[in-house]
Design a protein around this ligand. Sequence first.
Ligand code: NAG
Ligand code: NAG
Ligand code: NAG
Ligand code: NAG
Ligand code: NAG
Ligand code: NAG
Ligand code: NAG
Ligand code: NAG
Ligand code: NAG
Ligand code: NAG
Ligand code: NAG
Ligand code: NAG
Length: 761
Amino acid sequence: MASNISLLLLFSYITTILHFIIFTFAQSDNYIIHMNLSAMPKAFSNQHSWYHSTLSQVTTANNNLNSPSSKIIYTYTNVMNGFSANLSPQDHESLKNSPGYISSMPDLPLKLDTTHSPQFLGLNPYKGAWPASEYGKDIIVGVIDTGVWPESESFKDDGMTEIPSKWKGQLCQFDNSNNSSLCNKKLIGARFFNKGFLAKYSNLSTTITNTTRDVDGHGTHTSTTAAGSKVDGASFFGYANGTARGIASLSRLAIYKNAWGKNGDAVSSDVIAAIDAAISDGVDVLSISLGDNNVSLYEDAIAIATFAAMEKGVIVSTSAGNNGASFKSLHNGTPWVITVAAGTMDREFHGNITLGNGVSLTGLSSYIGNFSASNFPVVFMGKCDNVEELKKVKSNIVVCEDNSGIVTAQISNLVEAKVVGGVFISNMPNIYDLDNIFPSIIIDQINGEIVKAYIKSYTSKNSSSIASMSFKKTIFGAKASPKVDSYSSRGPSYSCPYVLKPDITAPGTSILAAWPPNIPVLEYGTKVYNKFNVLSGTSMSCPHVAGVAALLKGVHPDWSPAAIRSAMMTTSDILDNTKQPIKDIGNDNKDATPLALGAGHVNPNRALDPGLVYDVGVQDYVNLLCALNFTQQNITAITRTPFNDCSKPSLDLNYPSFITFIDAGNSSVRTTHEFRRTVTNVGEGQSTYFASITPIKGFNISVVPNKLVFNKKNRKISFKLKIEGQKVTQKNKVSFGYLTWKDSKHVVRSPVVVTTPDFNL
Ligand SMILES: *[C@@H]1O[C@H](CO)[C@@H](O)[C@H](O)[C@H]1NC(C)=O
Ligand SMILES: *[C@@H]1O[C@H](CO)[C@@H](O)[C@H](O)[C@H]1NC(C)=O
Ligand SMILES: *[C@@H]1O[C@H](CO)[C@@H](O)[C@H](O)[C@H]1NC(C)=O
Ligand SMILES: *[C@@H]1O[C@H](CO)[C@@H](O)[C@H](O)[C@H]1NC(C)=O
Ligand SMILES: *[C@@H]1O[C@H](CO)[C@@H](O)[C@H](O)[C@H]1NC(C)=O
Ligand SMILES: *[C@@H]1O[C@H](CO)[C@@H](O)[C@H](O)[C@H]1NC(C)=O
Ligand SMILES: *[C@@H]1O[C@H](CO)[C@@H](O)[C@H](O)[C@H]1NC(C)=O
Ligand SMILES: *[C@@H]1O[C@H](CO)[C@@H](O)[C@H](O)[C@H]1NC(C)=O
Ligand SMILES: *[C@@H]1O[C@H](CO)[C@@H](O)[C@H](O)[C@H]1NC(C)=O
Ligand SMILES: *[C@@H]1O[C@H](CO)[C@@H](O)[C@H](O)[C@H]1NC(C)=O
Ligand SMILES: *[C@@H]1O[C@H](CO)[C@@H](O)[C@H](O)[C@H]1NC(C)=O
Ligand SMILES: *[C@@H]1O[C@H](CO)[C@@H](O)[C@H](O)[C@H]1NC(C)=O
């Protein structure tokens, strides 16, 4: 919801700019003004009146006829001290002498966006995480992946400030040398780790090069998604046309290549070495879009290496995996990292079909060729399962229908029959089934009926029905969005089911980001190349959250990784852009449960000011490892110290979410589970929060106390949450609700899950 509001504000702002372009003198322009709030004279009751007065003195001095109030576009109160205004150059100059003025920046016009995900997340240059963190400029994001293509425009450092002095990295390893000329103020380090891989697969040594250069493409895509520089004129063969930029576009990138070959194969020893190096180099955030399935915490390279990262204050974002929609399919379900699920955006790639009677219909397409069909005969061929029949209508546009969704077989039949183009009628469209080089569109059943009726009317008239097809249309505002996508892996966590995973959802479907120019984006007999590629997966959602973490760390440098994770989780969105609960494509478009969605869909601007956080200290994680009945050996593998204090074992980690498992069984048996949590007040000093619970059918949930009174910032208060109810007979049932703490300004929401798994924990 909040992101909808931001988008609305953004829209009205655009309208305002247009207004000024039309009605004021050409030389005046928009500026964003930073003010020093400490310098505000006591006479003013609030910032707005102070900014207003400041501006009116400036404009009066210049005899400007416009009333100053019409010139303030925006007053920023929470996340930036300042305002934006339309000013003549003279007024702008005199403003610089006003008491409290700190700095200003030009307000560059918005372009139609392409790496649309920042806008979809509500990020904008005027308010929220972007201006507050200065786009993450002092934050170093380390990416553990397949390396990068350093010449990509997304690594340009134009206008960037000096590299923060905390950076200790020395190496820029490309093409068999330490070639610092390929690094800059954006790409500040590049290292590769292949020793483990070479030792394990000595027969492959000739194919493994000594370079951080990306020969796969994946790492170039993920790193630029997190923190790529702004690049104009990006597109994927006409789709997603616009400006590409990472979430934290002024953060620095340090690249650790540990995945090799065309498939990006990696081994644990290299992963651990890469994370180890990243920590000594001084990264603030790590993005890791890879994982190990079905391993315990003490055997999971990423879990082990990231424990140290967590101790050093490094925030780690990891991908939940693309193993789809069954329970317990996720990896990186590690309590000290952020585990990211993937969802769709409101951007879709479309094609149009226009019938001979002038009716035009639109549907999903991913066709990248230059062909557009003009006035070809159009026929309906049912399930399109007979190639011989299809060959008879090969000079036609062929319409197919299959109630079970479009099947790849239909497409290959049409391709084999070499028909002009295909229109698939389906209410369960799967864009991944579509072919990029065969001109095709998926339309829904309602539009399908229109097309069929049109064709039928001509068949009875015994003359030819005709249609045209056109492609490369990028649609925004698609409803409903976001949705959790079907490939996104589901909780509970294999390695630690007592901590609810995934944590959060971020955009992962059809993400456009940079790509090495010499690696084909598509290979269909002929190879097709492009400087950007559109990919889908939790590999794509993970760097979005890494980018958001960089923005938050920029604003709150003293927050722990757990506090930053908590801020993202408790402020995330659970409603889509139709104001309904976010749906799950992998579960018949039913409401997504927290085992698919996590706490919600990340909302960076709201995460800036969460009010309360659920913090976790190192010993809390140790208490959890002890309660998992790990041996001291096993715990040491993770904590690196043999002196682990197991005097207070507890599975009840101070996490911003709740999950309890109930054996499916006799429904007359009562069950009770109690959680204890401590929240830290990171908002205003004095605040009072009240608990509210969305009920879970069949269970009583109580919170004691249900009112938290804080008199100071950083104070901690504990509470208990108790779930009581009858056992449920149905297996694999996931029931959920929310615990929400609210004060006058903040909403701190946590999912509460009660589930009856049909697998062993
Ligand atoms: C802000 O104002 C306070 C009080 O006037 C002053 O002490 C401080 O130096 C100012 N800071 C900046 C960055 O101008
Ligand atoms: C690599 O280059 C950097 C920057 O020039 C330099 O500081 C470092 O010592 C070099 N390292 C090696 C191993 O040559
Ligand atoms: C370093 O990279 C630059 C730019 O690509 C290239 O011109 C130069 O030859 C490289 N130097 C070495 C030692 O490889
Ligand atoms: C390399 O060796 C591994 C097993 O050690 C084997 O699985 C793989 O097929 C070999 N690859 C080649 C290219 O010979
Ligand atoms: C990479 O470096 C290793 C160790 O220095 C060396 O043994 C190997 O031959 C090098 N590989 C290539 C492809 O140059
Ligand atoms: C891309 O967008 C620009 C401006 O927004 C427009 O001029 C251009 O025609 C577009 N290109 C395509 C292929 O849609
Ligand atoms: C984990 O193992 C189970 C059973 O051995 C298997 O069914 C499942 O697919 C595995 N999960 C993943 C993510 O590989
Ligand atoms: C077909 O495409 C055009 C843009 O080329 C667009 O304006 C029109 O709305 C589309 N038709 C439908 C039904 O969406
Ligand atoms: C399509 O047209 C563009 C622009 O004219 C051209 O660059 C591209 O090569 C064409 N693609 C194909 C597959 O012919
Ligand atoms: C339909 O058209 C065909 C050839 O165009 C013709 O042979 C046939 O008689 C027509 N049928 C009717 C019912 O008009
Ligand atoms: C650990 O062991 C204790 C004692 O045997 C048992 O009660 C408990 O359920 C075990 N915990 C887990 C997570 O398996
Ligand atoms: C975990 O503990 C078991 C039992 O002591 C031991 O056999 C195993 O090697 C340990 N694994 C690790 C990674 O510590």
